[in-house]
Design a protein around this ligand. Structure first.
Ligand SMILES: *Cc1c(COP(=O)(O)O)cnc(C)c1O
Length: 372
């Protein structure tokens, strides 16, 4: 008997609670709840309480959240933004579209952005430091915020992957001037399409992004006689907000399931010298990881990947296996040897809350069999 374990079983995202979703669609659509209805504000309020942050602005996706956040922060043409090379293209693209220059830097031994390397790349053009909270874990924010303070730079978080993660008791995404979250289907809390949010304790940033998302309209009213900021359409579809409101009622349970799976993977694979595993849950009380991904490295990554594939187990290499500084087509030619080595060895195992115990057992026994 063989169990198949797709890396991410897209249809399961809907089928796991299909009856609930049908009711939500029917209730929301029957009252004409398409654009900027009560569900959007309800989502913002729920997330404001959950994250203990003053403002949440629901948006069309996290890529636009990054773009609007950078524009609201007053990024000027040519301003440099330092970002880990181990990041999704969305952040550098938004920096570029906001007129800035994305400057990739190295990862540290914890695989998060290396604060010392980040600091070494500061020039007189640097305006922003952007840690990326990859895999649902926080970078060393105390050090990054300290560098920002000493050099008078803005710190913002690409926390698209890290809703609910904690660092020294604080919620990831709320430690810098602003942070963003993604509700793309395969993210920590995914809807059935694109959605995202920007979060901030800064009244001015919140007001600007709120206006920008809806053609510059103040407080989301229609534009009457004038408009004092250039905006666009980056609204979150109301139906996504209704779905997310439901998913937030059992989000703690979904996170706990990921933590339990990570613990099982870590326990089972601890003895294999070819593998380097992510930190186990609760290994360091300063970090509350939520395991958006289970990313590990293997010195025989490609062979392991092929072996798992033969057993019906889907794995992926993050960001399609290419780091930002390796994008020669975008003009990069810089060398970041630690990130290069990491990308030769990195692998993501299946990780989401709807994996069954049988599927997890199959992943574990297959990885163990490969190494035995
Ligand atoms: C998914 C992701 C984004 C982009 O999110 P979208 O909602 O798809 O625009 C940005 N940064 C990181 C780190 C991501 O993982």
């Amino acid at each position: 008997m063989s169990v198949s374990v797709p890396f991410f079983d897209w249809k399961q995202l809907y089928l796991e609670r299909r009856d609930d979703y049908i009711k939500i669609f029917d209730e929301t659509l029957s009252r004409g709840g398409f654009i900027m209805q009560k569900d959007v504000r309800q989502l913002e309020e729920t997330l404001e309480a959950y994250l203990n942050v003053k403002h949440v602005v629901a948006l069309s996706d996290a890529t636009n959240a990054l773009l609007l956040g950078l524009r609201a922060s007053g990024l000027q043409a040519g301003d440099e933004v330092i970002i880990p090379s181990h990041s999704f293209l969305a952040a550098p693209q938004s920096i570029h579209y906001a007129g800035g220059v994305p400057v990739p830097c190295e990862l540290g031994p914890d695989w998060m952005v290396d604060p010392a390397d980040m600091e070494s790349r500061i020039t007189e053009k640097t305006r922003v430091l952007m840690p990326v909270q990859v895999n649902g874990r926080s970078a060393d924010m105390d050090r990054i915020l300290d560098i920002g303070k000493r050099h008078n730079l803005i710190v913002v978080e690409d926390s698209a992957q890290a809703l609910g993660a904690k660092y020294k008791g604080k919620m990831v995404g709320t430690m810098g001037l602003w942070g963003v979250f993604s509700f793309y289907p395969s993210k920590m809390i995914g809807t059935f399409g694109d959605a995202g949010a920007l979060v901030t304790n800064d009244d001015d940033i919140a007001a600007k992004v709120r206006a920008m998302r809806n053609h510059g309209a103040n407080a989301d009213k229609v534009i009457e006689k004038s408009c004092d900021i250039w905006g666009t359409n980056s609204r979150m579809d109301n139906l996504h907000a209704a779905i997310l409101n439901f998913k937030l009622t059992w989000y703690d349970e979904a996170i706990q399931r990921r933590i339990d799976i990570a613990q099982r993977y870590n326990d089972a694979f601890a003895g294999f010298s070819e593998l380097t595993l992510p930190p186990a849950p609760a290994q360091d009380p300063d970090y509350g990881d939520v395991y958006q991904n289970y990313e590990m490295t293997s010195t025989r990554r490609d062979a392991l990947r092929a072996y798992l594939s033969e057993r019906g187990i889907g794995t992926i290499i993050q960001w399609g296996g290419i780091a930002l500084h390796q994008m020669s087509g975008l003009g990069y030619s810089q060398s970041l040897p630690k990130t290069d080595t990491f990308f030769e060895q990195s692998l993501l195992l299946p990780m989401n809350h709807f994996l069954t115990d049988e599927q997890i057992d199959h992943v574990i026994s297959s990885v163990v069999a490969f190494h035995s």
